[in-house]
Design a protein around this ligand. Structure first.
Ligand code: C5P
Length: 289
């Protein structure tokens, strides 16, 4: 590596393939059971050594980030790591913000996880140190799962990570109507009983098995999110009617929705079709972890 070449970490989109809300803690946080995968699009974080901590942001969604850097999850992650490990050095962090902000694909949480991974490399910290799990959870309920960066099952408010066999190779299309929805508002709009955890198969699945198993699950936040932002309903209808899309659903608290396709090529063709029909929407396609 050249002396001035940065460390690079990717912060992939987090996709909740299903999300059951199974309860609510006395502090208001909700208990979840969710199958989480990563991919199709990512933010990119460059890290260079520096005396102090500083962050600059470029990319298509740079202007949508919080104005105060102290509110940024990357700076908060870096500051928390410095405190926990007694680090006195800084870092020059440059984020290319490619994922829409506050959109149900964990952009801020995935950025925080990328910062933790990259700063552990820069500052030579043990990425398996026991202090990291509570540090990640304190930054946000989705940060621990984003630190995994591969397909897992997530429970509790996000602190319980259960390993799963790898998914079959699938293509993912991500579609966001560029309507912001606030996560607490979506949780508050949820009505009805809590769900039970999914009866998810323990054995590896092929594409048909995955689609069938997902068909027995849901995202409990989808109906309340569609109620708050009807554009999400339009995205789901468009995705479901696009050739090659085997299952269409919302991720997290929205507004990003995903389509599952048999391959990355099929997903790319579906994405091109949706982009042509809806030029105002954010559309990406790729594979998943
Ligand atoms: O932890 P994070 O900052 O991502 O959560 C944002 C908000 O989403 C919380 O303040 C809470 O209102 C809601 N939330 C929840 N249950 C979760 C995760 C988030 O109620 N498991």
């Amino acid at each position: 590596m050249a002396a001035d070449a940065p460390l690079v970490e990717f912060a992939p989109a987090k996709v909740n393939l299903y999300l059951h809300v199974t309860g609510r803690r006395p502090d208001g946080y909700h208990l979840l059971d969710s199958l989480v995968t990563f991919g199709a699009a990512a933010d990119r974080l460059e890290i260079r050594p520096a005396e102090t901590l500083r962050l600059s942001v470029c990319g298509p969604f740079a202007d949508h980030m919080p104005a105060d850097p102290a509110d940024n999850l990357i700076i908060r992650a870096a500051a928390a790591l410095r405190t926990a490990f007694g680090i006195e050095r800084g870092a020059d962090l440059r984020l290319e913000k490619n994922l829409p902000v506050a959109s149900g694909i964990g952009g801020g949480s995935s950025d925080a996880a990328a910062a933790i991974r990259g700063l552990c490399r820069l500052w030579m910290l043990d990425p398996a140190a026991p202090a990291l799990a509570p540090l990640a959870l304190a930054l946000g309920a989705d940060v621990p799962v984003c630190l995994q960066g591969r397909t897992v099952r997530m429970q509790g408010i996000g602190e319980t990570i259960l390993p799963l066999p790898a998914l079959p190779p699938i293509g993912l299309v991500l579609v966001n109507p560029l309507v912001a929805v606030a996560t607490p508002a979506v949780f508050n709009a949820r009505r009805g009983d809590f769900s039970v955890a999914a009866d998810w198969p323990a054995d590896p699945l092929d594409m048909d098995g995955l689609v069938a198993a997902l068909g027995r699950t849901r995202n409990d936040l989808q109906a309340p999110a569609v109620g708050l932002a009807p554009a999400i309903g339009a995205v789901l209808t468009r995705l479901a009617g696009t050739p090659g899309v085997r299952l269409a659903r919302m991720s997290g608290s929205g507004a990003t929705c995903f389509g599952i396709c048999p391959s990355a090529d099929t997903a790319a063709r579906a994405a091109a079709e949706i982009r042509a029909a809806e030029p105002g929407w954010w559309v990406e396609a790729g594979t998943c972890a």
